[in-house]
Write a protein that binds this ligand. Structure first.
Ligand code: IMP
Ligand code: MG
Length: 178
């Protein structure tokens, strides 16, 4: 695989499509076991988690519902820590088993805000599934129930993750070169 250039930065291959897909299969199996007979609501966080949500739910066998919510918190390659809810929740989540689907958990600022928003809807249970987790950057106490892959504090793009809007369509995940 070759490097890719997005705007002014160059990225090199980091996690292959095959590795991503097999990690997702394992996570789906784990969730399937935990939610047997419960018809969970998978709440994807746009835009970053659109591919992860699509692939995760296709590996999940059993009844489930799929929905999306949108927040914004990141500009360029550094987290701003500021979270704005852009698109709200339309479903009735009261008494439902909700799983928030994130692309990546970095500081956890976004996740904390999402938790507050979803909790207000009185779900029966609320868990988090993320494709990528940066444990060294995480500053919150909310448990990360399902993390398909743990990574360092590097800036990544591809498979839903963007650098200023670009790179989401890449099938593999790439890392910023020095
Ligand atoms: P947090 O609020 O600091 O946890 O940041 C979470 C959000 O920042 C994610 O949902 C992503 O949109 C974005 N983000 C964090 N790390 C990366 C990265 O390495 N590449 C691209 N986006 C990232
Ligand atoms: Mg995101």
């Amino acid at each position: 695989m070759d490097t890719v250039t997005l705007h002014d930065k160059t990225f090199r291959p980091f996690i292959s499509e095959d590795e991503i897909q097999s990690a997702i299969k394992q996570t789906a199996l784990q969730i399937q076991k935990d939610y047997e007979g419960l018809c969970p609501v998978f709440m994807g966080v746009l835009t970053g988690s659109f591919l992860f949500t699509a692939d995760l739910v296709r590996e999940f066998k059993g009844d489930c519902e799929v929905s999306f919510m949108r927040v914004a918190s990141y500009e360029g390659t550094e987290t701003t820590g500021e979270v704005k809810e852009v698109l709200g929740i339309k479903e009735n989540l009261e008494g439902r088993h909700v799983v928030i689907i994130e692309d990546i958990v970095d500081t956890g600022n976004t996740l904390e805000k999402l938790f507050e928003i979803v909790k207000k809807h009185n779900p029966a249970s609320l868990k988090i599934a993320t494709l990528l987790y940066k444990p060294k950057a995480y500053t919150k106490n909310i448990p990360i129930d399902y993390a398909s892959m743990e990574v360092g504090n590097e800036f990544l793009v591809g498979y839903g993750l963007d650098y200023d809007g670009l790179g989401r369509n890449l099938k593999d995940i790439y890392i910023l070169t020095e």
